[in-house]
Write a protein that binds this ligand. Structure first.
Ligand code: SAH
Length: 396
């Protein structure tokens, strides 16, 4: 790692310099002053307009996010540098996360490894590379992970749509070993199957793990799990419930949910294939009541332009869910749109409660799982918000 090593230079405007100083890892194209020699995916040395070095970053010639900071030191990242980053990522997860058989080992910017996601399912690693820069260094990161963790196979789930913004192909590729179609995992006593080849994300929603566990305590009477995917929220709530209604628009997701119910000998689940918007409306019309409702929709705001429509969507499902609550019932409601911060989501929930004619108490404000670290200087990294509300309308 020589400080005099040769990297292309990119110079940035004052606004970007301030952002970098505040530990934000992104520089947008508008804040780039010059990038003469840099090629798409290169590691570059970032300078201010006086030539002072601000650090090292991945350069994207395609995305609106032109630079993703890798380090604020004047280094030329080599194999040892990436291995040290992997050590830091594993160390910050520590023993708390080691007990999970499915866990995120690398979470992009949260681990100063921008664009790189690495999830471990038992002994099978699934990586997701979101930028051209990430593709250039992945071999060194995987090699470092292999030296530190038992890994039998590596699959690249490079199919997210954001790759097209970087001019990258969408593909799923076996990088080494053989990744099974289904990996059965244990989540604190609940057994479920991840689907690394075709499932959403890298095969399961690891980010909701702790929120699913929290739902155990709220399981009671009638339970509704809307946007259920493989019914993993439902299965944690089921032992204390009399009946759990599981709703998802995907027949494939429900089939896996049924198989998971079988694995856990849970016989109180009913599976409904439906658009949750319609299903919630129909149940409201019928005057149904639930003691626990869980809402975990996909990101309605995928870009900043979607936020207005997304707000309407979040509000609508939350109005209906609140109206479905029995007196004292609990709503566990999530948003994974990073364009909508926690305060905005809370505002939507407040409006929803007003529309629903309900009062509620915020019993918990939750976020993403501990293996999805959030950097204070990078609020966009805290994409998952989860509120636990208890109906308080009964009080005179
Ligand atoms: N709670 C799950 C993850 C849910 S992901 C877990 O912890 O594992 C969101 C789910 O919403 C997906 O399974 C998707 O199929 C489903 N979905 C998307 N749009 C929907 C709609 N309009 N109605 C019902 N389900 C929908």
């Amino acid at each position: 790692m020589s400080p005099s090593g040769r990297l292309p230079d990119v110079s940035v405007r004052l606004r970007a310099k301030r952002r970098i100083a505040a530990h934000h890892p992104w520089v947008f194209t508008d804040d780039v002053a010059a990038s003469n020699e840099a090629a798409h995916g290169d590691l570059v040395r970032v300078r201010d307009n006086a030539g002072e070095v601000l650090g090292v970053a991945f350069w994207s010639a395609r995305s609106k996010i032109a630079l993703r900071m890798v380090s604020r030191a004047d280094v030329v990242p080599d194999r040892a540098f990436w291995a040290a980053r992997v050590d830091e990522a594993l160390a910050r997860r520590g023993a708390v996360v080691a007990r999970w058989t499915a866990r995120r080992l690398v979470f992009g910017e949260g681990d100063s490894l921008p664009g790189v996601v690495a999830d471990l399912y038992g002994t099978h690693l699934v990586v997701q590379l979101l930028t051209a820069g990430a593709e250039r260094v992945v071999d060194m990161i995987v090699a470092a992970l292999r030296e530190r963790v038992t890994i039998d196979s590596v699959l690249a789930r490079n199919d997210p749509s954001v790759r097209t913004l970087e001019g990258l192909r969408r593909e799923v590729r076996q990088l080494s070993g053989t990744t099974p179609d289904e990996i059965v995992l244990d989540e604190d006593g609940m057994s479920y199957a991840a689907d690394p080849w075709r499932g959403q994300k890298t095969g399961a929603f690891l980010d909701q793990r702790e929120n699913r566990l929290a739902c155990r305590a709220y399981g009671r009477g009638r339970v509704l799990d809307a946007f259920s995917y493989h019914a993993s929220f439902a299965l944690h709530a089921a032992p204390r419930a009399t009946e759990v209604v599981v709703v998802d628009a995907s027949a494939e997701a429900l089939a896996r949910g049924r198989a998971n119910a079988g694995r856990n000998a849970a016989s109180n689940l009913t599976f409904v294939e439906a658009n949750a918007f319609d299903d919630l409306r129909a149940r409201e019309r019928r005057g149904e009541r639930f003691d626990l409702v869980m809402l975990d929709p996909p990101a309605f705001a995928k870009s900043r332009g979607d936020v207005t429509a997304a707000r309407r969507g979040y509000k609508e499902i939350n109005v209906r869910a609140l109206r479905l609550l029995a007196p004292g019932g609990v709503l566990v409601t999530s948003s994974c749109s990073y364009n909508l911060d926690e305060a905005s989501f809370e505002g939507i929930l407040r409006d929803a409660a007003a529309d629903a004619g309900r009062d509620a108490i915020v019993i918990e404000r939750r976020g993403q799982a501990a293996d999805h670290p959030v950097r204070l200087g990078f609020p966009e990294g805290r994409y998952l918000k989860c509120f636990v509300l208890r109906d308080a309308s009964g009080a005179p």
